[in-house]
Design a protein around this ligand. Structure first.
Ligand code: PLP
Length: 370
């Protein structure tokens, strides 16, 4: 099996070196927190193996936040949402299988199925259609060999969410076919309004994936999970997890449980910070004639594009942005899109960094005019 290096990882700020980035608008999360901020004493923690599913209390906390009647046994803790996605693809897909996935997308949702060699159909999200999901398009692509329909909401990189009707439509498709529905809900806690229900609560054929990385600002503990009510399938996921790493890290799981216990307090301040930063981006875009966007409704990112008639030399834009201004965004090629599209992460930078980064984008586009 061949796993090519994904540009989103090879060019990530942690690989470039955070110190090189004066204005870091590449992140899709909120600001990272320190262990000290969490006020947790781990000295009494025994560094043993833990429950292979994940510590029961942690799973109960995850299930309770998900709601919809999920219980601890419907949760399998994984090393981030990325490992959850890997386990789901590895367990469900073989060379002879067919799957349907949204594009653009967080790279793992596409690259792992590709590496497994299965047959992939893409549902392309179109800027000019508001990046809206077309469930009829998915229905047309279904085959007897379709094992998986893979969708992400709130979506990365567009920040656009599925509607409740889209979700219900996708669930119905899976219940009527041999396919499973995977919903990557990594940004669910960053929905602007009331989040959609956790997909796993709607059907035994639905699999939800989520993590604490983005909305809790703690990606350095690698805690994500799979939620699913199909017991046999969950057992197969557990077998894959055990082959990869037996169980999770007790340290990470203890920190995760603590963060979840304090979730309500955390989200009060966090929501206000995110909304403020979003307002800054919205105001800036409205006055930036060289750009157009689809206004997002969730997550901490947006995916604008340089107008075709703006006469900006795209390569010169990135050179000026990175080299002259020390500002960085997520270029389109991270998501198999042209580089005139780019992702702006507004939830991570400080207000000063965000203002500096947006001004740098405007200045770099101006200097790159043909
Ligand atoms: C949609 C989506 N899913 C999954 C992940 C993986 O996140 P983690 O493994 O840190 O939980 C990311 C990270 O950017 C993402 O954007």
């Amino acid at each position: 099996m061949h796993f090519p290096r994904m540009p989103i990882e090879a060019e990530s700020p942690e690989q470039l070196g955070y110190e090189r980035l004066r204005f870091n608008l590449t992140e899709s999360s909120v600001r990272d927190r320190t262990l000290g901020e969490l006020g947790l004493d781990l000295n009494a923690l025994t560094l043993c193996y833990t429950d292979h599913l994940g510590a029961p209390e942690l799973r109960a906390l995850i299930a309770a936040r998900a709601g919809g009647g999920l219980v601890a046994d419907d949760i399998l803790v994984t090393a981030g949402a990325s490992a959850a996605l890997f386990i789901v693809a590895l367990t469900l897909l073989d060379k002879a299988d067919h799957m349907i996935v949204e594009r653009p997308n967080y790279a793992t949702n596409i690259e792992t199925p590709k590496a497994l060699g299965c047959d992939i159909d893409y549902v392309d999200l179109d800027f000019d259609k508001g990046f809206a999901l077309d469930v009829d398009d998915i229905a047309r692509r279904l085959r007897p060999t379709t094992r998986l329909i893979s969708l992400t909401t709130p979506h990365n990189p567009t920040g656009v969410s599925m509607t409740a009707d889209h979700l219900a439509g996708a669930v119905t498709l899976c219940e009527r076919s041999g396919a499973r529905l995977l919903i990557d809900e990594t940004y669910r806690d960053m929905s602007f309004g009331v989040p959609l229900p956790v997909a796993a609560t709607l059907s035994e054929r639905a699999i939800s994936v989520c993590s604490l990385s983005k909305s809790y600002g703690i990606p350095g503990i690698r805690i994500g999970w799979i939620a699913c009510r199909d017991k046999d399938l969950m057992n197969r996921f557990l077998c894959a997890k055990e082959q990869i790493g037996i169980c999770g890290s007790v340290v990470d799981e203890a920190i995760a449980a603590h963060a979840l216990r304090g979730a309500d307090d955390w989200f009060t301040g966090n929501g206000t910070r995110l909304a403020g930063a979003f307002g800054v981006v919205e105001h800036w875009i409205a006055g930036e004639g060289a750009l157009e966007w689809v206004r997002p409704d969730g997550g901490g990112v947006c995916f604008p594009r340089i107008r075709a008639d703006a006469r900006v030399d795209v390569a010169a834009f990135y050179r000026a942005l990175n080299d002259d201004h020390g500002a960085w965004v997520g270029p389109g090629h991270w998501f198999e899109q042209p580089d005139r599209y780019f992702r702006i992460g507004y939830g991570w930078p400080t207000p000063e960094e965000l203002a500096g980064g947006l001004a740098a984008i405007s200045a770099a586009m101006k200097s790159a005019r043909r």
